[in-house]
Design a protein around this ligand. Structure first.
Ligand code: PHE
Length: 369
């Protein structure tokens, strides 16, 4: 009897003192488990005489019930405390500012291209596009590069492996092959609202990627050009100069831009020129409208009559000008990036620094964003 009371007192004290659920479970096993102290007592009932059992039975069962209730109570208390602690630890402070969101940025080249397209669209140019993988005819032959002529070596061409028919494809070295495609399509007399296939007069720009085996601070093996082509009856070099000067002032959003034309040679234009923009490259970045450096930004000229003929146009009736602008260079010049190679290194820190928000305010030069 005293043993039972003592056992109960001791178990109750230990249950009350249990600090976690594991301790409660250990006590349950110790007392009520298969060979627990109370279970053993219950088993001993079977070995008792009926009188003894009548006396001890209720006491042992009472002990079992009391301990089981105490265990359940302690367990419930500990579970509640555990939940409270968890809730306190995991509480969300709604007054904290949200963590910064990582937003994608618009690549400076794409921003530049959008701005260039907006300026030319404002001048009435339509948009045309052509393939990056070109054939020799469109990239060279139709553009009046004679076969085997050293002029073909002017470009460090990436040639693709020979095709099954022995035809060699290449990564276009400039956007000029699209001039050919546009003029060829012009003969198909598609509706004039399809810029790619309009009859003369033609007035299109052609943005796109071009490829040359070349790499230094002002050259990358892949870069972007924007070709321009205007074909009409009375087009002169003066129109070309005006168009490019006006473009530069609008694109750079200042009248302070100083440009110069240098005579040059391209097989597909005659006369040909390159245009430079005056800039200052002394301070590790590029600034325009000042300084004594010149950065070449385009080639251009009057479309060679042979090119018109190669594309099926009557060279006595039609004439025009063409130009090819370096998009990445113009962006670097406008936004002050010192090294073109960084543009395509895919360094997220660079992109976050130089990239543009997708939600730009409208460009004051054009009224378009
Ligand atoms: N295609 C020339 C180049 O990549 C640029 C150019 C375009 C020159 C159109 C004249 C006319 O260097």
């Amino acid at each position: 009897m005293t043993d039972l009371i003592q056992l109960q007192t001791e178990l109750m004290a230990r249950i009350d003192a249990a600090q976690d659920l594991a301790a409660v479970e250990a006590l349950r096993v110790e007392a009520l488990g298969k060979s627990g102290s109370i279970s053993e007592l219950l088993k001993s009932l079977g070995r008792m005489s009926p009188d003894e059992r009548r006396e001890q039975g209720p006491k042992i069962n009472g002990l079992r019930d009391a301990v089981a209730t105490a265990l359940a109570t302690r367990k419930a208390i500990l579970e509640e405390a555990e939940l409270d602690a968890k809730l306190a630890a995991e509480r969300v402070d709604l007054t904290l500012p949200p963590p910064p969101e990582r937003r994608g940025r618009v690549h400076p080249t794409m921003q530049t291209l959008d701005e260039m397209i907006a300026v030319f669209a404002d001048m009435g140019f339509g948009l045309a596009e052509g393939p990056d993988i070109e054939d020799d005819f469109h990239n060279f032959t139709a553009l009046n590069f004679p076969p085997k002529h050293p002029a073909r070596e002017m470009h460090d061409t990436f040639w693709l492996p020979d095709g099954p028919t022995g035809e060699r494809k290449l990564l276009r070295t400039h956007t000029s092959p699209v001039q050919v495609r546009v003029m060829q399509k012009a003969n198909e007399k598609l509706p004039s609202w399809i810029a790619n296939g309009q009859e003369p007069p033609i007035r299109v720009i052609v943005p796109g990627r071009v490829y040359r085996s070349d790499s230094d601070a002002t050259h990358t093996p892949m870069f972007h050009q924007l070709e321009g082509l205007v074909i009409d009856r009375d087009i002169t070099l003066g129109h070309l100069k005006w168009t490019l000067d006006t473009f530069c002032r609008r694109f750079f959003e200042t009248d302070a831009v100083v440009t110069r034309f240098r005579p040059h040679h391209f097989p597909f234009t005659e006369p040909s020129a390159e245009m430079d923009v005056q800039c200052d490259r002394s301070g590790g970045s590029i600034k325009i409208g000042q300084g004594s450096d010149w950065l070449e930004i385009l080639g251009g000229g009057m479309v060679h009559p042979n090119v018109l003929r190669n594309c099926g146009l009557d060279a006595d009736e039609w004439q025009g000008f063409a130009f090819g602008l370096g998009v990445d260079r113009l962006g670097a010049l406008k936004y002050g990036m010192p090294d073109l190679r960084d543009m395509f290194a895919s360094d997220v820190r660079w992109l976050e620094h130089w990239g543009f928000s997708a939600f730009q305010a409208p460009n004051p030069a054009t009224g378009l964003s």
